[in-house]
Design a protein around this ligand. Structure first.
Ligand code: NAD
Length: 326
């Protein structure tokens, strides 16, 4: 059975997600939305056409199957009733935006699977608070299912199995992108983690201000002790307290080569009293897009299996094994 899939948000991650799906047999992209419009075709959208139109004309609404509208999410949900699940590749700006989109789905009466790749602890907490409403609405919501949180949090949950007590989880990411423009929300949200900045400040910055800031750092954003939901996702599973989890990294906005190898290191004590560290390192050739979109659809497929069994509500990447999408 081929799952009909939607993508909300058609920036860096949304476009990569569309490309990734075009090579899959088990999932078909039928609807996608950006800020200015959406396109829906029950027989499938062509990823390359969609990307070309978005890049040249600014919105999917200019496609033959498209509609230009300032209320694209609500209209896409109402139009594409046959969609099994959505990947929410939207910016979480302000920090309450994704929760407001989840509420829109709840209010619409649509039933299916939603997957996000949100990052902040406070953003995932908002989703956890919505769990009873999602459950009552017949929605299976998979939160924090990108790379970090996501793939690396899941790796920590697996690594923890060797230990009687987990002392420390340290996630360090390296991201290289040729141009910050390709991932504007990601970069703005990263700036919001820099000392002296907030989400509201980063959201309000003009493009010229972002460029001026990146000019002062030679295009690099170095982050430490970020507010990242990997902490509550692992705490929720009883793996360790949130204060034992740290996330940081380096983003190079001027070079597609990763400035460092993304890795997760989990240190713990085994039942025999030995202290040791498991390390999970991502291949340097794998892009942020590959490490976010791959897991997101793996969790969408897993979410669909729960949904078919009548299991609704909220789950995170730390509590479910992603399925593999062929
Ligand atoms: P982007 O800025 O490149 O694109 C955002 C897209 O969303 C655009 O197409 C825009 O038109 C659309 N959009 C904005 N507001 C909208 C609205 N109200 N209705 C409909 N569409 C709207 O974003 P990006 O860099 O691809 O990042 C997307 C998200 O993914 C960010 O929140 C980022 O933090 C997250 N992310 C997560 C991870 C992870 O590992 N968990 C990694 C990278 C990025």
């Amino acid at each position: 059975m081929t799952l009909k899939v939607g993508i909300l948000g058609f920036g860096g991650l949304g476009q990569a997600a569309a490309k990734l799906l075009s090579a899959k047999q088990e999932m078909q992209l039928v609807v996608a939305a950006d800020k200015e419009g959406f396109a829906y075709d029950r027989n499938g959208l062509n990823a390359l056409d969609a990307i070309a139109t978005y890049q040249s004309k600014g919105s999917l609404g200019h496609l033959e199957t498209g509609h230009l509208t300032q209320d694209s999410i609500a209209e896409a949900i109402a139009t594409a009733k046959d969609v099994d699940g959505y990947f929410l590749a939207l910016p979480n700006l302000p920090n309450t935006f994704m929760a407001s989109v989840a509420k829109q789905f709840i209010a619409s009466g649509w039933k299916g699977v939603l997957v996000d790749a949100i990052k902040r602890t406070s953003a995932v907490e908002q989703m956890i608070a919505l769990a009873p409403e999602l459950e009552a609405a017949g929605i299976t919501y998979m939160s924090g299912c990108g790379a970090t949180p996501g793939l690396l949090t899941a790796a920590a949950a697996i690594a923890a199995q060797s230990f009687a007590e987990v002392h420390k989880v340290k996630i360090t990411f390296g991201v290289g992108i040729a141009n910050w423009n390709a991932y504007r929300a990601t970069i703005r949200e990263d700036i919001a983690h820099m000392s002296g900045y907030t989400v509201d400040m980063a959201m309000a910055m003009t493009d010229a201000e972002v460029e001026a800031l990146l000019e002062t750092t030679n295009g690099l954003i170095t982050l430490e002790n970020m507010e990242h939901a990997d902490d509550i996702m692992l705490e929720r599973m009883g793996i360790c307290d949130r204060d034992r989890v740290t996330v940081g990294g380096v983003v190079d906005t001027r070079n597609p080569k990763k400035p460092l190898s993304t890795n997760m290191q989990l240190t713990g004590r085994t039942f025999e009293g030995k202290i040791s560290t498991h390390i999970f390192t991502l291949g340097d050739e794998t892009s942020m897009a590959a490490n976010v979109c791959g897991p997101a659809f793996g969790y969408l497929k897993a979410g669909k299996q729960f949904h078919q069994r009548g299991i609704y509500g909220l789950m995170t990447a730390a509590e479910v094994m992603p399925a593999f999408v062929r």
